[in-house]
Design a protein around this ligand. Structure first.
Ligand SMILES: Cc1cc2nc3c(=O)[nH]c(=O)nc-3n(C[C@H](O)[C@H](O)[C@H](O)COP(=O)(O)OP(=O)(O)OC[C@H]3O[C@@H](n4cnc5c(N)ncnc54)[C@H](O)[C@@H]3O)c2cc1C
Length: 404
């Protein structure tokens, strides 16, 4: 497939981390990216994310690493708590030399957005409704969801960076059911309006019970965010009542002070509350002709892997590198991009299962095993074994997978 050199026009669908980063990188590679976003404006805030070197290296090359704050607090404590108010100090799962940086999803989005050249066209309230391609280009019908008006435009490349339930994937690759794999877990995340009772602002906490968990993520310089996650046997039914109501049903009473305060905040959070099922995306190929998927739309690893942001940044970065390396051959560029990236993404997807036990143990046995793994780092014989295991997994996350 040849790429016309005079004007290489790319449509990026989705203004999340993967979409913005891809647009930044495409412009660096000499393309003319345009972005469409379903929402009427930019998102703000977001939840706690860990950023590993795999993502940091790409953000460095993309030019916006220095604009991403590391909100990790050196002095913070992390507690395992229960509903009666007892708490035990436990090692923080992400404490590690050269470990991940702590920030909000919005911190990454803002840094990437600020790096986007001002003349990159962004259309909000706009979605693709039809995508048809031939050997020379892609015709995309775009609908303005405010006016209902549609236009069809031609592009040299279409990048679907439109998240877990990607419209680009549905239109070009097929229905969601073919590619989504459910974890049987729900996730709810939001920002608090103030510190929680009995917990310093920078401290973290976890309440672990069979099949349900509450996480409080503290930051050095801002109010914590929280995540509640629980097991479900019927994902579809989870979306039939308001999220805050569902959380109260699942987490039950009496709540105790800290969980009670979190559930009160969930009642007040309204649309700022993220409530979704944990699902992975599995496709045999992330590109078809002139259409390529990047980020959660292609490979969603789930939050349990802690690598979705890093993978999105690395995917965007490497895509630009391959397009620069094969300026006249799109098929080769996309094939080499996927060949390089897929082993790491597959590994991160595989990590999500064991990591799910850390975040949301299923029953008493998993809960006990998880406690031993978390606290055992302090024991004389078990400690070095567990630390070696943790270092190995950290090394995988700290590899610059998109290095040229
Ligand atoms: C609670 C939680 C904690 C997490 N923790 C971590 C962590 O610690 N570390 C980590 O690396 N990752 C983490 N992740 C995962 C990470 O946040 C995601 O993998 C990453 O943000 C995905 O970015 P994306 O740009 O690919 O997709 P998204 O963020 O989903 O962005 C997609 C964009 O496309 C837009 N869109 C959707 N449909 C359309 C359409 N039809 N037309 C136009 N636009 C459309 C959406 O509005 C959105 O703006 C976590 C996720 C959650 C939920």
């Amino acid at each position: 497939m040849e790429i016309k050199q005079q004007r290489r026009r790319a449509l990026v669908v989705g203004l999340g981390i993967s979409g913005i980063s891809t647009a930044v990188r495409l412009r660096q590679a000499g393309w003319e990216p345009e972005i469409v976003e379903r929402a009427p404006g930019r998102r703000t805030g977001g939840y706690f994310v860990l950023l590993y070197e795999a993502g940091r290296a790409s953000a460095r090359r993309l030019g916006f690493l220095p604009a991403m704050p590391d909100r990790s607090s050196v002095d913070r404590a992390h507690y395992e708590i229960d509903r009666r108010g007892n708490r035990t100090r436990v090692p923080n799962f992400s404490d590690h030399p050269q470990g991940p940086h702590h920030m909000l999803r919005g911190d990454v989005e803002n840094a990437a957005f600020d790096a986007l050249p001002a003349d990159v066209k962004i259309r909000f309230s706009t979605v693709p409704t039809k995508i048809e391609q031939d050997a020379d280009g892609v015709d995309v019908t775009l609908q303005d969801t405010t006016s209902g008006a549609s236009t069809t435009e031609r592009f040299d490349l279409v990048v679907g960076a439109d998240g877990l339930r990607s419209t680009v994937r549905r239109l070009v690759f097929g229905p969601h059911e073919r590619y989504l794999q459910r974890f049987g877990r729900m996730i709810c995340a939001f920002q608090l309006s103030g510190p929680l009772p009995g917990l310093a602002q920078e401290d973290g906490a976890v309440l672990l019970e069979p099949n349900r968990a509450l996480w409080v993520f503290g930051f050095e310089d801002r109010i914590p965010t929280v995540m509640l996650t629980y097991k479900t046997d019927d994902v579809d039914a989870e979306f039939t009542s308001p999220p805050a109501t569902r959380l109260r049903e699942v987490f039950g009473t009496p709540t105790g002070k800290l969980l009670g305060a979190v559930l009160d905040e969930a009642d007040a959070a309204g649309k700022d509350l993220l409530f979704d099922s944990a699902e992975q995306v599995h496709l045999d190929s992330w590109h078809r002709g002139r259409v390529v998927l990047v980020g959660d739309s292609a490979w969603c690893v789930t939050l349990y892997a802690g690598m979705g942001v890093s993978a999105g940044l690395a995917g965007a970065d490497l895509l630009g590198t391959m397009l620069q390396r094969h300026p006249d051959d799109l098929e080769t560029a996309l094939t080499e991009w996927e060949t390089r990236l897929r082993p790491s993404v597959t590994h991160w997807q595989e990590c999500a299962g064991p990591m799910r036990v850390l975040f949301n143990p299923a029953g008493t046995r998993e809960l006990l095993g998880r406690r031993v793994a978390a606290r055992g780092v302090r024991y004389p014989v078990l400690g070095p074994i567990l630390r070696r295991k943790r270092t190995r997994s950290m090394m995988v996350k700290n590899v610059d997978v998109a290095a040229a």
